[in-house]
Structure formats: C-alpha cells, structure tokens
Design a protein around this ligand. Structure first.
Ligand code: M6R
Length: 608
C-alpha cells in the first residue's frame, strides 16, 4: 500500500513526480506529498486528500529541481491529516523520507529518539526513519550508510527513499518486503512502487530484492547488501508493457475499460497453450514436472475466489484433491503438506504480503510452488519455482476484474493439462472442453452487449442497503465474487452464499428490500438452484437471475433476467463474471462513487 516514486535526471522533477503518483494512486489515495532538492534546500509539499490537492498546491510555482520523490498514502499509523502525509523530515528539515510498509518497532524507536531530543510532528511509524537518519548523518555518515544503518534498526516491512540537503543529485532506497522497482533510463533513474510508474522513462527495470539498498544519481545506480554493505550486481530486464495501457482510452473508468478487455485477455491467456483440433493443452511452465498428488492453493480477496473455482476444476477435470486457504490464515496455521503436493499462490500483483508469506511457508514445508500471477517481475513470481503468467496486462482499477478472468482461464488450462496427463480426460472429452474454452472469448463479447441492461438493473437497485448472491458448485465462488465486487465499490452490504445454505440462516434476512442475485446455469444443479430461488421469491425478495438465454422458466420467475450465452455449467463462471462485475460497476456509478479508487482500499496489499 502507498505508492512511492523517486527521480534523478535532467528533467524538472515536479511533473515527473506528479505523473508517477497518478500511475500509483491506485495504491493509496488518502494524501500525497513530495520532497525535492530545490536550489540547495529540501522543499516539502504535502496535502491530505486526493492527488489533485497536491497538484493544486504546486500549480503556478516554477520549481527547477531535477531530484525529488513523491508519495501517495494509504493510512496505517496516524489519521488522514497533512502532518501525517509523507514525506517526513528530520528536526532540521534537511533530510526527507518516504515510506511504504509498517515499522513494527516504531514505538520503542520513537521513545528513544524523543528522549534524545528529537521532535516529532506526525503520528506515523515512518517519521522515525527521518530522525534515525539524522543521527547517522550527524555522526558523519554518508547518505548511503545512514540509510543502510537506519534500515538495520527497523523491524517490519518497508521500502523507503531518502534524500538530503547535503547530498545533491542523490536518492538512496532500501527494500525489505515492500515492493520497489528501479527503472534504468538514458541518463535518468527512476524508482517506483510499481512498474507502470516508470514506463514513461524506460522499459529497462530492476525489481529490488529483499535486503537491497540502491543509490541512484546522475551517473547511474549502484546496489548494496543491507546487512553488510557489500556491492551487489543487478542486471536490468526489459518489460514489454505499453505506458498507454495505463490510460482510460475513452472509458469513464479504468474498471469499465478493464471489464471490456476481458475477451482479449481470454484469447491472450489461451494463446499457444491449447490446440482446438486435438484438445491438447501444452503448458511449457510445467514441463518435466510430475502430476501432483495434491494441490494446495493460497490466495486473498478476488484471487481467493478464482482459487475456489480452481479447486472445483482440478477436482472435476483432473481428480486431484485440492484445498484452498486464505493466505492470511494459512501463514499462521499449522498446515500439513504431504509429499507430492503442489503449492499454488494466486496473486494478481505478486506482492500481497500474506500470499508471499504463505508461499514461503509452503516451500519451507516441502511443496513445490507455482505462482499464478499477472506480474512476472513480482516478488511472488521470483520466489516461486514455476510462474504461470496471466496475460491480463496492467490492471489499474482497484477492483480486480480482468486479472480475475485471466486467473480463471489459468485454472481451466492447468486442470485440463493435468487431467490429460494423468489420463482422467480422454481425447473426446479433451476436444469438447478445448472447444468450449476457446469459444468463451466470443461468448464474453456477446455478454458485454448487455452492458446497457446491467446499467438499467443497477439504477433500479442502487439505493438498497443489502444484497444476497447465490450460486452452487462451481458458481458458489462466483456468488462470493459478485458480492465482493458489489461491496467494495458500491459500499452496499452484499454477501455470497452457497444457494443450498440460504435456508440454514441467511433466509431470515430476505424481504422486499433485499434483492437476491441468483446464478442459474443449465446443468445438473439447475433444479436445486431453481428451488432455492423460489424460496427467496416466497420471501418477497426481488430476484435478479443470470440464466441461459433460452431459459423460459427462469425468465418467468425473475424480476430481472440476464440472458447468458449457452455454455456448459463448468465454464459458466467465465460468462457470469462479466454481468456480476457490470452490476457492481453501474451500481457504484449510479451512486456517484469513485469506482476506481474505493474508500479504504488499495490495489496491492503489502501490509499484514
Ligand atoms: O494482488 P492480489 O491478487 O494478491 O490481491 C488480492 C486482493 O487484495 C485483491 O483481489 C482484492 O480483494 C481486490 N480489491 C478485489 O477486487
């Protein structure tokens, strides 16, 4: 959480910082600030609220600085106030620091610093870094050593950047657990929490490893080890992403654009991995690997819902026993990893700290570990033995949509691949499934044509306080995901239930003010779900049904019916994902909410 950017080079730095913060604002948007080296002084400007407050504060001032850094905050310690915004400075205002993460021992450090005469102005954990730096510099340390020795005193997770009046043209950064990426340009260096912030300057990047210290200056960059200061070699890698992918391209919000990109995401994720004629799935990632005896998946949020669909697919198509855990629970439990277990960490960002910790635990318990991630350069990808890289492209909307779709497709491919390899699937069923999978992109295009219908339904219900989503089997996780999308961007209390569980308690919530969204594909569970939906009609709930376009019975009972293309039940989560996302989107939009930056959330959760 929090986005940080630093720049050293020939350009005026204020527009560079503001541009970078725009690309990082999805990481946190409680407040924003910058520190620049302007005419030999450290100048700090910071404001609570969205980035535009900071922009307004610097508008009309012709800063000439070419070294500086900026921060967009997701509050952990200290309320959302100007004084708690980053950067933080030392007592003399000559050193500035920006920080992403949590300093767990900050209270003890702060007490000690106060005893020694340091004056604190914020309630944050981060400010201790500036004062610890001050002591180091006062004792004669250079910026690099001061940052390194300071970092060694900190417990917790952090990526921080420092600059100082006495150190022109230089920024030092340290990383432990929280993500940080260096962009290596021609005569300019840029540091950021995430790759999109760097792409206007360079496509050559170096993700910092845990325990890396890096100095950037006009000559270039140099890496050092946090523990002993030894020089490290780190080579840049090329990223192919286009900076314009991080633009809205005419859509009102990033989320809407990303929902509409899903047919292409499906095609890109399937590309060259499946042969429609033979049904054969070829996953280079798993070449030479034995088919696992068990699969154990860890994930959070929307990725967890994709994993729940994945469990269903792995058990159905490959008959591999699969368990799924919230990363945040798994990491503090005492999981049992049996021989032959494949661990799978599902994470769009590849930086979710709980998922990273769960993956490390899986590895330490003897599992081979696969990352299903959208970010090949991420920490989770680097720490996994195998990376399955989804092809969703940059996702900016805080609510995950196209990355979820890519994760679903990854699970279809992996389940089919293992099912073919262990002989569960014969060639006929392989061809049938491959053909279904390959048709999904086009079917999703058809579903997107109903966007107007979803908007109409959203405008009918956007004032309700509660909603219930139900599905069964492979669509139970879709009910969870539909409800999560609704609550995170529209702030309507929404819960997903296995349809058969409704009668065991949640049915008590139903009345004419609580709409039920039912996922009702054709298939073996149809009659069961249909009966469950009848139960909610009997309690006067308005009923929104996602059903096969030819399903007259469902049309007859639904208050609003969303016609879905005909698809095998096993593949219905893919086509159902879009209307669920659109319903949440249009509901939030009807309420006039900030769809791309919902309150209290951040795109990448790098704190516990
Ligand atoms: O980057 P990850 O996939 O690990 O993120 C996991 C969750 O934080 C994320 O899915 C979150 O729930 C989104 N806001 C969902 O829209």
């Amino acid at each position: 959480m929090c986005g940080i950017i630093g720049y050293v080079g020939p350009r005026k730095v204020v527009p560079v910082i503001l541009g970078g913060l725009h690309k990082l604002e999805y990481r946190g948007y409680d407040s924003a600030g910058m520190a620049i080296l302007e005419k030999g002084e450290v100048v700090v400007v910071k404001r609570r609220g969205k980035l535009k407050e900071l922009e307004e504060a610097v508008t009309g001032i012709d800063y000439t600085a070419t070294t500086g850094m900026g921060h967009t905050r997701w509050a952990t310690h200290g309320k959302v106030e100007d004084r708690n915004a980053h950067p933080h400075v030392d007592c003399k205002g000559q050193l500035a620091v920006i920080h992403n993460g949590i300093i767990e021992n900050y209270e003890a450090l702060r007490q000690d610093l106060v005893k020694r005469g340091h004056v604190f102005v914020s309630d944050t954990d981060s400010e201790v870094i500036a004062h610890l730096m001050e002591d180091q510099v006062a004792a004669g340390a250079d910026l690099l050593d001061a940052a390194r020795v300071t970092a060694l005193q900190l417990d917790g997770a952090f990526a921080f950047l420092v600059l100082g009046k006495a150190f022109p043209g230089r920024i030092v950064a340290v990383r432990k657990l929280s993500p940080l990426v260096l962009g290596v340009g021609e005569g300019e260096m840029v540091l950021g929490s995430d790759t999109p912030a760097l792409l206007d300057y360079t496509h050559r990047i170096i993700p910092l490893h845990d325990g890396d210290v890096v100095e950037i200056n006009e000559q270039g960059f140099a890496f050092y080890a946090l523990d002993d200061g030894a020089r490290l070699e780190r080579a840049p890698m090329m990223v192919q992403w286009n900076a314009s992918a991080a633009e809205k391209q005419g859509f009102k919000h990033f989320m809407l654009k990303e929902i509409h990109e899903q047919p292409v995401v499906i095609r890109d994720t399937l590309y060259s991995r499946i042969d429609i004629d033979t049904g054969h799935v070829d996953l280079q990632e798993f070449q030479g690997e034995a088919v696992p005896k068990r699969v154990s998946i860890v994930a959070a949020g929307t990725s967890y819902h994709a994993a729940r669909v994945g469990k269903y697919l792995l058990e159905e198509l490959a008959r591999i026993p699969t368990d799924v855990s919230f990363s945040s629970e798994y990491r503090y439990g005492r999981p049992i990893v049996q021989p032959g277990t494949l661990g799978i960490a599902v994470t769009q960002s590849g930086e979710t700290i709980d998922t990273l910790a769960a993956l490390r635990l899986q590895r330490s318990l003897g599992a081979k570990v696969v990352a299903i991630t959208n970010r090949p350069e991420s920490t989770v990808a680097r720490e996994s033995e195998i990376s399955f890289v989804t092809q969703a492209g940059i996702e900016i909307g805080v609510a995950a949509t196209k990355s979820f779709m890519a994760q679903l497709i990854a699970f279809y491919l992996i389940a089919l691949y293992f099912g073919q390899r262990n002989g569960v699937l014969d060639s006929d069923s392989s061809v049938r499934y491959a053909s279904q999978l390959s048709s999904l992109s086009q079917k999703c295009e058809q579903v997107l044509e109903y966007a107007g219908m979803m908007e109409t339904i959203a405008r009918k219900f956007y004032k309700v306080h509660d909603m219930i989503y139900v599905g069964r089997g492979v669509n139970y996780p879709m009910a969870l995901e539909g409800a999560l999308k609704m609550k995170e961007i529209s702030y309507i209390h929404a819960e997903g239930y296995a349809a058969g569980e409704l009668k065991h308690g949640p049915i008590a919530l139903l009345d004419q003010d609580v709409p039920v969204v039912g996922i009702l594909p054709q298939g073996p569970l149809y009659e069961k779900v249909y009966s469950n939906l009848q139960e909610s009609i009997a309690r006067d709930s308005p009923l929104v049904v996602l059903g096969d376009k030819k399903d007259r019975r469902a049309q007859a009972i639904a208050t609003d019916f969303i016609p879905m293309p005909t698809v095998d039940e096993l593949f219905s989560p893919v086509v159902c994902a879009l209307p669920l996302q659109l319903l949440a989107y249009y509901t939030a939009d009807a309420k006039g909410l900030d769809v791309d930056q919902p309150r209290n959330l951040a795109k990448s959760v790098t704190v516990e």
